[in-house]
Design a protein around this ligand. Structure first.
Ligand SMILES: *[C@@H]1O[C@H](CO)[C@@H](O)[C@H](O)[C@H]1NC(C)=O
Ligand SMILES: *[C@@H]1O[C@H](CO)[C@@H](O)[C@H](O)[C@H]1NC(C)=O
Ligand SMILES: *[C@@H]1O[C@H](CO)[C@@H](O)[C@H](O)[C@H]1NC(C)=O
Length: 343
């Protein structure tokens, strides 16, 4: 353990160097006779928004596998962690205070994405399984104590069907309080699509195919829905985030300027919907973007970054809707770390 945050100064320095290069390109020799090109920079960093909470969890040695995903049930103060590996429990349940409460080990091969649904009457955990064995290519719904409630997809069979619905390495799921389900499928398999399903698994709409055009995907990796009726997808391989209308599936826009160095791995919004937070695994960075108001998504704007140590490899993350804490699942460091908002 113990790979820690470092070097904000280094990042600011990089920003400075980039600005100088841009100025040089605009005003330097050879460009004098050309018309001035207006340069759009997505970087608007003003202050540090989060700090690492070194006291979470209390016993980091309890992480025993590769930690791929994390989900927060803010109503009950629980943090679910999905990990992979031989002879390790696949799900660890911590309290938001950092104590391990439970570990389960059922019917899961390779957890990829995890989602905690909590409403007044319902509390469950949904996990996508990208395993290729007898349980894989599915999404499972569990009770908070790990009882299997429902399986979406055909266990052990990769496919593209919609009746019944099938997946190939489903990457992540988002479930609305109405029961409607959004799935990004998948993490490198034959499908590159976003599906909206009813509670009883009828397909309402489906977008996407393999490609880099509008509303196409290359590894759609994470999905979330905002209160303005927009569905956000981390289109990892295309190094962009795309947004869709949740009712019609209509494409609303795309952000790519913020992802020149590495694609987005996650999409999550803060409770006030002011910020979108995403991980960039290959450059060990968490990026905090300004979330735009209702309607057109405009251009992306970076308002802060958290630079992690080399090879930490942040994969997926989740945000507590109560405390605002950001939990980051780090595959390389084999741990989940907690970042708390600074006032
Ligand atoms: C979990 O199950 C796997 C086999 O499915 C087994 O190898 C492993 O020992 C189990 N781990 C725990 C902690 O029970
Ligand atoms: C929760 O359950 C109660 C009792 O069954 C019911 O009256 C209420 O409408 C439900 N609330 C929601 C949000 O479904
Ligand atoms: C998607 O397209 C890319 C580029 O043409 C190709 O490398 C990749 O194998 C394709 N993936 C699938 C699942 O067809």
């Amino acid at each position: 353990m113990g790979l820690r945050q470092f070097g904000r100064a280094r990042l600011l320095l990089l920003g400075g160097v980039a600005s100088v290069l841009v100025l040089a390109a605009l005003y330097g020799p050879g460009r004098g006779s050309q018309p001035l090109v207006l340069f759009f920079s997505p970087w608007r960093i003003e202050k540090q928004l989060y700090k690492l909470d070194l006291s979470w969890p209390k016993f980091p040695e309890l992480f025993t596998g590769q930690t791929f995903c994390v989900a927060v049930d803010h109503i009950h103060g629980l943090v679910y962690v999905g990990q992979r590996g031989d002879h390790v429990p696949k799900v660890l349940v911590f309290s938001e205070e950092g104590y391990l409460l439970q570990a389960w080990n059922t019917t899961l091969e390779m957890p990829h994405g995890i989602f905690a649904l909590n409403t007044a009457n319902d509390s469950s955990v949904w996990i996508t399984d990208v395993g290729t064995g007898e349980y894989g290519h599915t999404i499972k719904q569990y009770s908070p104590s790990g009882k299997l409630l429902q399986v979406l997809g055909i266990p052990g069979v990769a496919g593209s069907g919609t009746n019944p619905v099938q997946f190939d390495q489903p990457a992540e799921i988002y479930v609305e309080h109405t029961g409607d389900i959004y799935v990004v499928d998948g993490d490198g398999g034959m499908n590159n699509r976003l599906l909206k399903l009813t509670e009883d698994l009828k397909t309402l709409w489906l977008r996407g195919e393999n490609g880099s055009g509008t509303a196409q995907f290359r590894i759609p990796h994470s999905v979330t829905v905002d209160s303005f009726g927009r569905v956000w997808v981390a289109d990892r391989g295309n190094q962009r985030i795309q947004a869709f209308d949740k009712t019609t599936g209509e494409w609303l826009g795309s952000w790519s300027d913020c992802f020149v160095e590495d694609g987005p791995y996650s999409v999550r919004l803060t409770a006030d919907e002011k910020y979108m937070i995403t991980a960039q695994l290959n450059i060990d960075r968490v990026l905090i973007l300004a979330a735009p108001p209702v309607g057109s998504i405009g251009d992306c704007v970076v308002v802060d970054t958290i630079q992690l140590a080399a090879r930490v490899r942040p994969h997926l993350l989740d945000i507590s809707m109560k405390s605002g804490a950001v939990y980051v699942a780090e595959i390389g460091a084999q741990q989940v770390q907690k970042y708390v908002p600074l006032d």
